[in-house]
Each structure stands twice: as structure tokens, then as C-alpha cells.
Design a protein around this ligand. Sequence first.
Ligand SMILES: O=C(CO)[C@H](O)[C@H](O)COP(=O)(O)O
Length: 224
Amino acid sequence: MTQDELKDAVAAAAIDEIRPNLGNDIVIGVGTGSTANRFIDRLAELRGDFRGAVASSEASAKRLRGHGIDLFELNEVGTLPVYVDGADEVNAHLHMIKGGGAALTREKIVAACAERFICIADASKQVATLGDFPLPVEVIPMARSYVARELVKLGADPVYRQGVITDNGNQILDCYEFMIEDPIAIEARINAIVGVVTNGLFAARGADLLLLGGEQGVERLMPA
Ligand SMILES: O=C(CO)[C@H](O)[C@H](O)COP(=O)(O)O
């Protein structure tokens, strides 16, 4: 199977996972990226079986709107029953690195409001230790150089993602050469640097279920 076919398979599995709990009062949290896009396209087939969605990025909002799915502001809806999103890397504890698409802050906010986080990913995203994928850190623009110096002190090699402005008007530093043995501690440590808006470690609030697509089909994995 190609990677695209695997992404499609996990998107379909996520639909099967949420379908039994849909209803006309249900608002779904929707992630960002190529895997999440496949989920959005399949969600369109269920339009009418749920109330609408909260999007984690302008790009996902546009795609949802294009399918005629009603969009809600997070502040209007409070707690969401479920959030479905992809990941750049995921470990056995279902801690993740996210933010390859620069949507990490809104993704983390929507995930924080969700009772259940379903991660959908192809097998290439599964790792023993997070960090081969450069960890994104969203920063207030005027703090970029300061935050970069602080990240170097933590052992990372931060690189400014040129030309990228987040949906929140901020910039991204990608941390290379930074293997993360203790994701919960590092997530908190980076968040404590002044000028950091969010980092792409989703560890304090990891996923509750991983739908992992591989050659043997879609595996349903819970946190170790
Ligand atoms: O965090 C994200 C965007 O900010 C995505 O979930 C992550 O980059 C995975 O994307 P894809 O499904 O395209 O591989």
C-alpha cells in the first residue's frame, strides 16, 4: 500500500470509531494536515449526522466549509467529545510531535478541550523515541532569537522556518538534533521559555487512541 492509501485507511477507521456516537448535538474537533484532510473528506459523507466541527487551522476550516460542514468557534461550544488529528511522530505512550504544518497551537488548544484524542497516522510515524522529526516551537516574532538561544541551552539546534507565519501571526523554530527521552518534562521546559507560544510536543495531553495504518491493516493502539 502507498502512504496515501494508508492515510486513507486510517481516516476511514476514524470515521468508524466516531460514527456510533454521532448525533445532532455533536461538534467534532478536527485536526490539520494531509491525513486530517482525508478524515475531513470522509466526514463530509456523514454531514447531517452531527452538528458541526471546530477546526484547528484556517486550512482545515476552509476544507470543512467547502464540504458544507458547519463551523463553530471553540468558545461557543466548550468541551468537545472527540478530536481527530494526524501526527509527525508518535511513541508507544501516544506522546506525539506535531506541527509540521505549523498548526500546533490551535491543534493543542482544540485537543485540550476534547474528551478523547484520536490520532490517525501511517506506520512511518511510529517511533521508539521522539525527535528524529524536528520539534516545532511557535514563538512571538520579537522573541525568536532569544528563544533560539534558550533552545540551544537545552541541547537543540533550532532553525527558523523561513517564510512561514502561523494562523496566529507568529513564527516557527524547528529543533533539529534533539532526541527527546522525557517528552512530558521537555514539553513543560520549553513552554517555560518567555516568548514561546506552544511547542509541538503533545505529551502532557497525548492521544487516547492511535489508529495506525500499516501493511497488515489498521491497528487500534492504546497508550502503553
Ligand atoms: O501537526 C500537524 C500539522 O500542524 C499534522 O498533524 C502533522 O504535521 C501530520 O501531517 P500529515 O498528516 O500531513 O503527515
